[in-house]
Design a protein around this ligand. Structure first.
Ligand SMILES: [Zn+2]
Length: 85
């Protein structure tokens, strides 16, 4: 993901996967190493990546009138019907 954004990374755990059978599970954890100049970029990319938005565009469509309602609406703003399921 970081490489995709142009940040050069080295996954130190990745090279170990071939030898995983001989290593205790604790050392198989992957460390992400980046150049210092890329550190802040990488850090912000990762925090963006881990911040899973609760689907801001989620909405439901009223089965009664077909109107789209924001997920925060408990009933259809148009006709007052409750969403199905
Ligand atoms: Zn409706």
């Amino acid at each position: 993901m970081l490489e995709f954004e142009g940040v050069e990374v080295h996954l130190s755990g990745e090279a170990l996967t071939g030898a995983m059978g001989e290593l205790p599970a604790t050392v198989t954890q992957i460390e992400i190493k980046v150049k210092e100049e890329h550190f802040e970029t990488a850090q912000s990319l990762l925090s963006d990546y881990h911040r899973t938005p609760s689907n801001p565009n989620s909405h439901w469509v009223c089965s009664s009138c077909g109107e789209e309602n924001a997920s925060s609406f408990e009933i259809c703003w148009q006709c007052g019907a409750e969403p199905k399921g």
